[in-house]
Design a protein around this ligand. Structure first.
Ligand SMILES: *Cc1c(COP(=O)(O)O)cnc(C)c1O
Length: 428
């Protein structure tokens, strides 16, 4: 077999579908967020980033940076081993204590990323409890799906946020079987929020454990940044709360919080915890500083939510359609992968605005979108510049985008799709 030829052929398939991924080569600048330097074939320029998951700008916060510098200078670069073999640093211990407290749980356990925490914790719980049946929300993140799949436990997928579908599926399983219901609080692509209390009611009625991914909520919701469950006073109803240190907290790493016995069980049985080097001490120190800071300061959260509200209002003013939801995520729906990439290119090339197009398989085909995130550091002028740019792109009578949008608005979806396909064929 000609391996490289095979790889190239598969990559061409992605290009033909308009979902080949191209990274923007960015250099973020402390003190200048959300600005970054973009390097491309056309040279270097400064752009405004509108799609970062460093939602609160904690990645540049002086308190976080100072803590990281201090730990780097005192502890050195790496952890020196797995947690079990010489890698547990005092900062890991402190961070786990603070995370347990953040979620009002007995214990917490760190992992090298949020992805790894979901994959490892779900994989371990589902595979090490004999006969465990997992109930997984249809829109769960890839890391949860992979963890559940890797466990080889029996799994039932319930319709997104659908209480009666979950109840029906729970009822179909042996009443005595161990069960685990896994879902998220804020869903990152549509920005909708799960009915956590009601899902817990259903799970409890069937004696199931609950596992909540709060990755897009920690740091951002609740008076101390404990996420949506904390905000709604529901922390004690969840068996496991999982979070990341990379998004709202602006650093990197992941964790679960739960009972002391559960965390000790995962610590002791999970391959994805045991057999990998611990987070560098300065990373744990930076995350610790960020978590502690956001426990006591609501300024950043409030500023972000107010920026989001202004952005939505301005989008409404200029008539750019966006998905309504109760969270901080603003999805501007496009519905075609080529078009989505083209809008993103125009924003970058002509307006110095960077918004990565979101295509399949991150979202279902036909729901391609621009996923916009506003931080406390986006000014009113930035919002004005973005919404004006989008309005111009949407309304320019000569642009493929506006013609495509018109077809869609007239309900001529297929015509719109065919038009988009032929327009982009010509562009290529
Ligand atoms: C980003 C994400 C993760 C993974 O977190 P990382 O810390 O980036 O690995 C897990 N769950 C959801 C829902 C996510 O969006």
């Amino acid at each position: 077999m000609n391996y490289d030829a095979y790889f190239c052929q598969r990559l061409d398939e992605l290009r033909k579908e308009g979902r080949y991924r191209v990274f923007a080569d960015l250099e973020r600048k402390v003190g200048r967020f959300p600005r970054a330097t973009l390097r491309s074939a056309f040279g270097k320029k400064e752009v405004t980033v509108w799609c970062s998951n460093d939602y609160l700008g904690m990645g540049q916060h002086p308190v976080v940076l100072a803590a990281m510098h201090k730990a780097l200078d005192s502890c050195g670069a790496g952890a020196g081993g797995t947690r079990n073999i010489s890698g547990t640093n005092h900062y890991h211990v402190l961070l786990e204590r603070d995370l347990a407290d953040l979620h009002q749980k007995e214990a917490a356990l760190l992992f090298t990323s949020g992805y790894v925490s979901n994959w490892a914790a779900l994989g371990t719980l589902a595979s090490c409890i004999p006969g465990c049946v997992v109930f997984s929300d249809q829109l769960n993140h890839a890391s949860m799906i992979e963890g559940i799949r890797g466990s080889r436990a029996s799994v039932r997928i319930f319709a997104h946020n659908d209480l009666s579908d979950l109840a029906r599926k729970l009822a179909e399983v042996d009443a005595d079987a161990p069960k685990l219901v896994a879902f998220e609080s804020v869903y990152s692509m549509d920005g909708d929020i799960a009915p956590i209390a009601e899902l817990c009611d259903v799970a409890e009625a069937y004696g199931a454990m609950t596992y909540l991914d709060e990755v897009h909520a920690v740091g951002l919701y609740g008076s101390h940044g404990g996420g949506v469950a904390a905000q709604q006073g529901l922390s004690n109803r969840l068996t496991v709360i999982e979070g990341t240190l990379a998004k709202g907290f602006g650093v990197v790493g992941g964790y679960i919080a739960g009972s002391a016995a559960l965390c000790d069980f995962v610590r002791s049985y999970s391959s994805g915890f045991i057999f990998t080097t611990a987070l560098p001490p300065h990373v744990a120190a930076g995350a610790l500083a960020s978590v502690r800071y956001l426990k006591s300061s609501s300024t950043e959260r409030e500023a972000m939510h107010s920026r989001v509200a202004s952005l939505r209002n301005r989008l409404d003013d200029v008539g750019v359609p966006h998905l309504r939801n109760p969270s901080h995520i603003v999805p501007v729906m496009v519905g075609n992968s080529d078009l989505c990439r083209q809008i993103s290119d125009v924003l970058l090339n002509e307006y110095d605005i960077y918004i990565q197009p979101i295509n399949y398989p991150t979202v279902p085909r036909g729901t391609e979108r621009l996923r916009i995130t506003a931080s406390p550091f986006h000014s009113e002028a930035d919002i004005e510049h973005l919404t004006t740019a989008l309005a111009e792109i949407w309304s320019n009578p000569w642009s493929s985008i506006s013609r495509f949008a018109t077809f869609l608005a007239q309900g001529r979806v297929e015509r719109g799709q065919r038009f988009a396909a032929s327009a982009f064929q010509r562009l290529r």
